[in-house]
Design a protein around this ligand. Structure first.
Ligand code: GLP
Length: 264
């Protein structure tokens, strides 16, 4: 895995936004895998700015979101449909028919999961997947002990994840129990992964994911087996990495052609 440590979330998010912008310019009909949570927000703000001020064109891009709560309609303010509309889609020119988010209201959940996997395949697979990470190492809503080969399916949230997400729902009891999430295997099929993690409360999960053994007890650790995975971290999230100085050294000595932030 390539580890990039930046002083602030904003600096790391700027790099992430540039990587995505470069992909969108090189391949205007690319397929992006998108994530929710507070972590990608500065990156989405920068992508919105690039659209507004630099004319970055998302009109041919296809998107697939990682997950959605079961039982929340799209108009529910805490649904991931509402989140994505509020923080990204209403600010850019993505075509509504090319935006995909699991349907948490589906009457037949397994059929919805199969449909979602088929839609990803029909779009040609995901070129770049954005990921956050839970405090316990979960990615998407693939909780600890998830099969590392799993596909899109229903999951039951842990107490920990419901507590972590309670800030959006008022109380932990209001957080839905069930979700639909792309599987760990679905994420591993994507061509490139950008994992974003900010803050001291992610440091242990990040250190285990990057430097620990590959284990379903930290689902993000499977990214060690992904051929093109970058972790973009701020200093606090990187604080428990054993090889932090090495990763900073590698980044400082990147050849010019390998730098992420380039103009048009
Ligand atoms: C939820 C989401 C994940 C996200 C995680 C961390 O569980 N399903 O995709 O990575 O929360 O959220 P945050 O970025 O707010 O810390």
């Amino acid at each position: 895995m390539e580890i990039v440590i930046q002083p602030t979330p904003e600096a790391a998010s700027l790099i992430a936004a540039h990587i995505i912008a470069n992909l969108v310019r090189d391949k205007p009909d690319c397929v992006l895998g998108l994530a929710t949570g507070s972590t990608p927000l500065p990156m989405y703000r920068e992508l919105a700015r690039m659209h507004r001020e630099d004319g970055l064109d998302f009109s041919r891009v296809t998107t697939f979101n990682l997950d959605e709560y079961v039982g929340l309609p799209p108009e529910h303010p805490q649904s991931y449909h509402a989140f994505m509309h509020e923080h990204l889609f209403r600010h850019i020119d993505a075509a509504p028919e090319r935006i995909h988010i699991p349907n948490g209201m589906a009457a037949d959940v397994p059929a919805e999961c199969a449909r979602y996997e088929a839609a990803i395949r029909a779009a040609g697979g995901i070129d770049l997947q954005v990921l956050g990470i839970g405090t316990d190492g979960h990615i998407g809503f693939n909780e600890r002990s998830s099969s590392l080969a799993s596909r899109t399916r229903i999951k039951t949230l842990t107490e920990q994840t419901r507590r972590d997400n309670a800030r959006f729902f008022g109380r932990p009891e209001n957080v839905p129990l069930h979700v639909i999430t792309m599987g760990v295997g679905s994420i591993m099929d994507t061509r490139q992964v950008l994992l974003l993690a900010f803050g001291e409360n992610k440091a242990r999960a990040v250190a285990e994911a990057v430097e620990g053994p590959i284990t379903a007890m930290n689902p993000a650790s499977i990214l060690q087996m992904h051929a093109v995975a970058k972790a973009l971290l701020d200093e606090p999230a990187a604080s428990k990495l054993a090889l932090g100085d090495y990763y900073r050294w590698v980044f400082a000595n990147k050849p010019q052609w390998q730098r992420f932030v380039r103009g048009r």
